[in-house]
Design a protein around this ligand. Structure first.
Ligand SMILES: *Cc1c(COP(=O)(O)O)cnc(C)c1O
Length: 430
């Protein structure tokens, strides 16, 4: 059977397959660049494994208090090497990205301090952490205030506003690298480096934290190489390589990481406790695979952008521009089309492919949300996944994919569903 016939047997009509081939041909040079970045980052990671002498004994893990957990402590040194920081906290006890970010903030701020977001509105879930939306246990409840320097209308940093908002109480400045589920652009490491330099020129001693979610290994460098005190992220995104079943990381200065460790466990105990249980093989192997997994997701996002651009939809980033994270937005302007897209992605999943996603009232959102996620790890967004709020302009946010062939099939299937189900008329370009 030919590959085309394989697609046919999976329900992808020939014109859609041909469209995919055509788009792919043009993307070849770009994909080569992505492979070069993956190669560079793979070497960076293997170098850290060698330097820290990762051994079979590192894969065993501990129970109970977890004193002298060789594998855990070595993994944290590997992360510190990879992100070029003094120290790192990488734990299964950090439950998700929001938890890692909340931990970094709560442990490095004290009552009376002010937090400044230099990149406008932060990720949705942080609104409750900060207290922008009232919430129990927020920074606000502990007497930590918040200021925000909005981005300029072109999405770039507003340096005048940042200067204006930094005051004698400003203790920590946060910058979100990825757009997350906003319509702004994501920042490149170079953009962030410039912002860090500017902030330091105004207040040298202020702590700078980068929300690094979805950005890891997309470029050759990380923001921690340009003077950020902390880079923070989730292990069920890029650096977990699809294998980590839980976890978050904080890489940064010794002081910042220690503060976080004392908050995660307890004053006096810090990094010394926290059994790794049986989880270390997945953490090590996931990090090891992460550069090529991230490359697959990145290629998938670019493929999706180019396919949907040709079909006449608005896409962000567009098909040509440089990438700084793995998220792709497509705007449908029609609820039915958004739903069909998600159903096509779900039907291509390795797990629960037979399930039909329905829009539902998700906590924390002001409209119904539809999600496609047939994942090995629940909620993992380094795996092929998509979601979108059921409100104008009916945009879907699509990300992940552990292998490029799988993302390719997922995207072609989404086009198939769109044509078949939504009544959307699509003319395939010749
Ligand atoms: C995913 C994400 C978070 C939160 O991570 P969760 O694991 O979903 O809690 C925070 N910031 C950004 C930019 C993200 O993409």
């Amino acid at each position: 059977m030919s590959t085309k016939e394989m697609y046919r047997s999976l329900g992808i009509r020939e014109e859609i397959y041909e469209l995919g081939e055509k788009v792919l041909l043009e993307l070849k040079p770009r994909f080569e660049k992505i492979d070069e970045t993956a190669e560079y980052n793979q070497l960076k990671i293997i170098n850290a494994f060698h330097k820290e002498r990762v051994s079979e004994a590192c894969l065993y893990g501990t129970k109970g208090y977890g004193y002298n957990d060789l594998g855990r402590d070595t993994l944290e040194r590997v992360y510190a090497d990879v992100f070029k920081t003094e120290d790192a906290l990488v734990r299964p006890q950090i439950t998700c990205g929001t938890h890692a970010l909340a931990l970094a903030l709560m442990s490095n701020l004290r009552p009376g301090d002010e937090l400044l977001s230099a990149a406008g509105k932060p990720y949705d879930t942080l609104e409750e952490v900060i207290g922008i939306r009232e919430s129990r246990g927020s920074l606000k409840e502990y007497g930590i205030s918040y200021a925000q320097a909005d981005l300029k209308s072109d999405g770039s940093f507003d340096f005048d506003s940042i200067r204006e908002k930094i005051n004698e109480r400003t203790k920590l400045v946060t910058i979100q690298r990825s757009k997350g589920y906003q319509t702004r652009r994501s920042f490149g490491v170079r953009d962030i480096a410039e912002a860090i330099g500017f902030i330091r020129s105004i207040k040298p001693e202020v702590k700078i934290m980068i929300d690094n979610c979805y950005g890891e290994f997309v470029e050759r460098e990380e923001p921690s190489e340009y003077g950020a005190d902390m880079v923070v992220g989730s292990l069920i995104k890029n650096p977990g390589g699809g294998l980590a079943p839980i976890g978050g990381y904080i890489c940064g200065t010794k002081e910042c990481v220690e503060n976080a460790a004392y908050r995660l466990t307890s004053p006096g105990l810090g990094k010394e406790v926290g059994a790794s249980l049986g989880i270390l093989p997945e953490f090590y192997q996931g990090l090891f695979l992460s550069p090529v997994i991230t490359a697959a997701a990145l290629k998938g996002a670019i493929f999706a952008a180019n396919i949907y651009e040709r079909l006449g939809f608005d896409v962000l980033p567009d098909g040509k521009e440089e990438r700084h994270d793995i998220i792709q937005a497509v705007t449908f302007n029609k609820a039915e089309a958004l739903i069909s897209f998600c159903r096509g992605i779900q039907a291509a999943a390795p797990v629960d492919s037979f399930v039909t996603p329905e829009p539902w009232d998700m906590p924390g959102y002001d409209s119904k949300v539809i999600m496609a996620a047939g994942n090995f790890v629940s909620g993992s967004s380094i795996e092929l996944s998509a979601d979108g709020p059921l409100k104008p302009p009916y945009s879907v946010y699509f990300q992940g994919g552990l292998t490029f062939p799988h993302v390719k099939y997922g995207i072609l299937n989404s086009v198939e569903y769109l044509m078949r189900e939504s009544g959307q008329s699509i003319t395939l370009p010749d």
